[in-house]
Design a protein around this ligand. Structure first.
Ligand code: PEP
Length: 253
């Protein structure tokens, strides 16, 4: 039987994190990780771009990885305000989130663009965390699996491997709302995603991590992490302080 993927707990700070308070929280997490003997999962922080370089220093020696929240498809050039995957790698990032529903909604990003960004991440040697998830209306109409299936089909580049690619299932209606999908709903969608990944990427698809995201909190993390084919979490609001994020990390450590 194939070995279960090593879990990943990822924090997405979005457009939050002033320098002093943000670095204080990052240092607290780094200290807790350094003091931790057993590390059975990977931990990642994706702060705003303004904090990437100082956070790299704050996390040094902790084995907490650093990631970007988005990247441009091009390696360089005249793209004011954007960040190339190569620049993220140059700053010490190991991961980048692409296709987050807030980027899809706020910037009109389509799955084909998401795929180009994931290709850019791979080109730069970054792991791409590719987000998929249905809206409340799509779920009400019974279209959740269809929507997630289409997003997977068009957002994932050829040649994705277990090492290069992480999928995050984030039902849009659960992000930042305090609502979470039930364990049964999560199991259904994660099982569906695993099946699609296996069909397309064979053994690599079986080993790819599938994260759940959407109002993961210290109080519900253990239950969600126990669901089949949930290989970690993508956490927004509850990743902003060590007091909230650490208990979530601990469910997998
Ligand atoms: C997210 O930003 O990806 C997210 C899941 O946010 P929250 O945990 O706040 O719902």
């Amino acid at each position: 039987m194939a070995r279960a993927p090593r879990p990943l707990i990822a924090g997405n700070w979005k457009m939050n994190g002033r320098r002093a308070a943000g670095l204080r929280e990052a240092r607290k997490l780094a200290t807790r990780m350094r003091n931790q003997k057993q590390r059975r999962c990977d931990v990642l922080l994706c702060p705003p771009a303004t904090l990437l370089a100082p956070m790299r220093e704050a996390l040094r020696g902790s084995r907490i990885a650093l990631g970007g929240q988005d990247c441009h498809a091009a390696a360089s050039g005249a793209h004011t305000g954007d960040i190339a995957a190569e620049l993220l790698a140059d700053t010490g990032c190991g991961y980048v989130i692409v296709g987050h529903s807030e980027r899809r909604a706020d910037h009109g990003e389509r799955s084909r663009q998401v795929r180009a960004k994931a290709e850019a991440a791979h080109r730069a040697g970054l792991r791409a965390i590719i987000c998929v998830g249905e809206t409340a209306a799509e779920r009400r109409r019974g279209r959740a699996l269809e929507v997630v299936g289409e997003q997977l089909r068009h957002s994932l580049p050829k040649g994705c491997t277990a090492a290069s690619t992480v999928i995050a299932y984030e039902p849009v209606w659960a992000i930042g709302t305090g609502l979470t999908a039930t364990p049964d709903d999560v199991a259904e969608v994660h099982g569906f995603i695993r099946d699609r990944l296996r069909r397309r990427f064979k053994a690599e698809g079986a080993g790819m991590r599938i994260l759940y995201g959407g109002s993961v909190k210290p109080g519900n993390a253990a239950e969600l992490m126990a669901v089949a084919d949930v290989d970690g979490a993508l956490v927004g609001g509850a990743s902003l302080t060590a007091a909230d994020f650490w208990p979530i990390v601990k469910t997998c450590l």
